[in-house]
Design a protein around this ligand. Sequence first.
Ligand SMILES: *Cc1c(COP(=O)(O)O)cnc(C)c1O
Length: 518
Amino acid sequence: MGSIDLYGESERNETGCNIPFNNALDPEEFRRQGHIVIDFLADYYQNVEKYPVLSQVEPGYLRKIFPESASNNHDSIENILKDVQDYIVPGLTHWQSPNYFAYFPSSGSIAGLLGEMLSTGFNVVGFNWMASPAATELEGMVMDWLGKLLNLPRCFLFAGGGGGVLHGTTCEAILCTLVASRDRMLSKIGRDKMDKLVVYGSDQTHCALLKATKIAGLDLKNFRTIKTSKLSNFGLSIESFRSTIAADLEAGHIPLFLCATVGTTVCTAVDPVGPLCRVAKEFAIWVHVDAAYAGSACICPEFQHFMDGIEGANSFSLNAHKWFFTTLDCCCLWVKEPKALIKALSTNPDYLNNKATDSNQVVDYKDWQICLSRRFRAMKLWLVLRMYGATKLRNFLRSHVKMAMKFEEFVSNDKRFELVVPRNFATVCFRISPLVGNDKMLKYDEEVIGDTEGVNKVNQMLLESINSTGQVYMTHGVIGGEYVLRFCVGATLTEDRHVSNAWKVVQVCADEILGLDS
Ligand SMILES: *Cc1c(COP(=O)(O)O)cnc(C)c1O
């Protein structure tokens, strides 16, 4: 081009030709490129089954491919998507694959994805009501909607004096409620007593509680990990909770906080919420109920008994991004006493002053969470609730439970295997049984001696062998010293045939390890 580019409206790319510089939010370009990305993702979902579920790349693979620094030149979405396909997709573990049975699911859905697009598209920052009234009001509304579906007592809903908020993750929900309980307690007994406060969980409680205790500045010597056992299916026993409290009081400590779990991370154990809350009440202990995974199932009446006694708790949370078809991140937290959260977490710089806040008629969610800025997460949860409706959502969840039952049946019909704990939801914990005998295990590995360690080792080999096929992905856990394989159904695309195939893979791998003659 002959003319001089006075206004910087064009720039030179690698090939030396000028490309018109579009505004970075040009609506027509957004339309064009947006369609390309949606097509790309639709193709990804169509083909997701063809990829090895667990990524097979080596550490550091990506730096070897891409340049060391960002370029001065611009590039097209077409070129970039080609690199995504060639270099990023192989480095993905395909959480949306129908053959994904690891950890807990990250259950995507059309509604969840489109809701995410809408909220990202608006890109508003709803720290207080004023900053985007719809974001705050929709959030309050969907939290009440979901609370009602879960049959939460009125005291957790806005109309009952409580209320719900969307955090990113359970880690944040636990930290915020812990801090609320800490400040509520310290305001009564004096801030100099901080080193006396005790936090309770079981040996199955998520490590989020320990992290929260550290961040909250509480004394780690006062962090109680109460032992559970197979006798109570790894649920926290009332007697152990009571005796631990008694010992603490004896030592001059002050009980503060219990994190009870409905659906623990390794084996989906359920702590007895009602009885634990009754004990906690005697000592004014704040009870948070963490139902990160299993809470979703509680929109089905047949699972609601797991939450019996929830009215005695102070707070309750579940991750809609785990098993509720809402994309990451979306942790739903309900509290009975929003004031306790607000007292601990509010800040009021002058530049945020506004009439709505002064009127005391609005919720300013910045005071219910760690950060100031916040995403419009309610949009995706609203789309999930609206587009599927409660009936369909229950059916989705029940179909996962049914598939898990089918897998459970496969396991129990094969004498080489055992179920380690009863299945409560859609997660099956199983392993090669110690009763299979040393001789079989010895065939595979001379070191194996058939004791707990030996059985664990064989099961670890089995899992590695299963995952190395790339056909399925499962993970493990250790409970009561036993290494177990976890089979968790919850990926949205999973159908019966995927579960049957997964069992075939397990059998082939077990045949290889134990010999075919069993
Ligand atoms: C997954 C899980 C968590 C952690 O969830 P984040 O949202 O990643 O913080 C906490 N508790 C339980 C029971 C879980 O299963």
